[in-house]
Write a protein that binds this ligand. Structure first.
Ligand code: DUC
Ligand code: ZN
Ligand code: ZN
Ligand code: ZN
Length: 503
């Protein structure tokens, strides 16, 4: 067999094991052809020496906002996907966002498709954000989106005036998606709690960025998460709660998983590495806290962080995504929208942080590859599950993305923590089109030496981005795999499947 590329002598890490050092990965036509000892090279074979290096699957970031209509100063596809590959992510799943006035998803898809086409450095797919789930969309359009276009997941919001759905609408979607084998992602925060608190904060003129965290207390996430789980239980539908930040909310997920319900949870780098203190900004510039405004907000105490790290380690979280949803800080159409006639107004600050580039290195930095075992927060296989293999399986890319095995796309990240060592995250290192990183100053134990997408080196730490715009391919996704629990449950309290009487 002749190989286009051989990655020699690395330590291959998959979702289940760390293979013995010294194995070669043989790559042909962008796919992993085989793994073996001393694979033969021909004259045309390119060799990457990975002796002493860890080789992990290319990152799959399943929660990324690019070129979204409601974020005019965010990243577009060129800069956002460039930023992804520079940080070891080879696949991104972004959102095509329906507005309430859109009565069909076809023009929405066309619009978002156009923005991504020939613009991406990384392979990519879409989830739909549904804000107006009409009967026609659920009955006639979603099946076509799944079978023809490979869009097999949707995201819903329980909050935000312009996007929120009521519980009945959430149920309609859960039933429709369950029947199609689609995955429902949900933003769970109690809209009524939040809107009442905001009214009071504004009445009392408490409008600086920090009050964003006051307006969205943990209990708003806890209540909505439990409610979302209950709706999914009634529908017997798989669901993933996105960007979870609260210990209690996560404990609701854990409890549901213990009952084998197909409930998944996602967390993000900012909830594991940052606290609400950041939203206070600088002593002489409180508004700079706007850089850290996201929803759910950063939480208050180190205990919050610690409990989330435990759920990272113990398997409660299925995915670890960036929720890259940035806006420029020093721009009148970005975070400065929250400064109105010289008065800070936290409700006007666009929500969200950049993070597609830092996600994988941040989590890798907390594995035993970079820390003494007793200080590490998660194992290397767990790192692979969270950053690559689980999102690939959950969102219908299993068998193609997220692992290192024959037949998979040759999407790899090569790390040399021993040789090249620590890196301090700073805006100067980033490849996004945003003017700050919220992770400024955090040290990570290593940065990807190479990122490889379908057998092509697209990031080389010594040269920078060497991939090209447009190399990224659109991914038609299949049905997702349920990785937690299984369907076929009776909601608690039913002794027979009473749904047959009303479905
Ligand atoms: N939800 C997201 O998923 N991203 C940014 C802000 C939000 O509310
Ligand atoms: Zn959200
Ligand atoms: Zn102030
Ligand atoms: Zn998001």
């Amino acid at each position: 067999m002749e190989f286009d590329l051989i990655v020699r002598n690395g330590i291959i890490v998959t979702a289940s094991e760390i293979l013995q050092p010294g194995l070669d990965i043989g790559i042909t036509d962008g796919k992993i052809a085989c793994i073996g000892v001393s694979l033969p090279a021909s004259a045309k074979t390119h060799i990457i020496d990975a002796e002493g290096a860890y080789v992990t699957p290319g990152g799959v970031d399943s929660h990324v906002h690019l070129a979204q209509r409601n974020a005019p100063t965010g990243d577009g596809w060129e800069t956002g996907s460039r930023s992804a590959i520079a940080g070891g992510t080879t696949t991104i799943i972004a959102f095509a966002s329906q507005q309430k006035s859109d009565i069909s998803l076809y023009p929405v898809l066309e619009d978002y498709d156009k923005k991504a086409k020939d613009q991406s450095y990384a392979d990519y797919g879409f989830h739909f954000i549904l804000t107006n789930p009409t009967r026609e969309i659920l009955r006639d359009e979603l099946p076509v989106m799944a079978s023809e276009h490979g869009i097999t997941s949707v995201k819903l919001y329980m909050t935000y005036e312009a996007m929120k759905l009521n519980d009945r609408e959430v149920l309609n979607i859960l039933f429709a998606c369950k029947n199609l084998g689609m995955t429902t992602m949900i933003h769970a925060e109690s809209h009524d709690m939040i809107s009442m608190i905001i009214e009071g904060l504004e009445r009392n003129k408490n409008t600086e960025p920090y009050f964003h965290a006051v307006a969205r207390p943990r209990i708003a996430e806890d209540e909505a998460s439990y409610r979302a789980i209950s709706l999914a239980e009634l529908a017997d539908a798989p669901m993933l709660i996105v960007h979870m930040s609260s210990e209690v909310a996560v404990s609701h997920v854990r409890e549901a998983q213990t009952r084998l319900l197909p409930i998944h949870a996602e967390t993000c780098p900012h909830y594991l590495f940052l606290l609400s203190e950041e939203i206070k900004g600088k002593p002489h510039d409180h508004f700079s806290g706007a850089k850290h405004v996201c929803s759910p907000p950063l939480r208050h105490s180190p205990a919050d962080l610690e409990s989330l790290w435990q759920s990272v380690a113990n398997g409660t979280f299925t995915t670890f995504s960036s929720d890259h949803a940035p806006s420029k800080y020093d721009h009148p159409g970005g975070k400065q929208l929250g400064m109105v006639d010289g008065i800070p107004r936290f409700t006007k600050i666009p929500n969200g942080l950049p993070g597609v580039e830092t996600r994988v290195p941040l989590l890798f930095s907390r594995t035993p590859a970079c820390l003494p075992a007793e200080k590490a927060k998660l194992s290397l296989p767990r790192f692979v599950q969270l950053t690559a293999s689980n999102p690939a399986k959950l969102y219908g890319l299993g068998g193609r993305k997220g692992s290192i095995a024959p037949g998979f796309d040759a999407d790899l990240v090569i790390w040399h923590p021993g040789n090249t060592g620590a890196v301090t995250i700073s805006q100067g290192l980033m490849h996004h089109d945003i003017d700050y990183t919220p992770f400024e100053g955090i040290e990570v134990g290593n940065w990807p030496r190479y990122t490889i997408l379908r057998g092509q080196v697209v990031w080389d730490e010594s040269k920078g981005v060497v991939g090209s715009m447009g190399y990224g391919q659109y991914l038609k996704r299949g049905k997702g795999e349920v990785l937690t629990g299984k369907t076929g449950h009776l909601p608690r309290g039913m002794i027979e499947d009473e749904r047959k009487y009303w479905l």
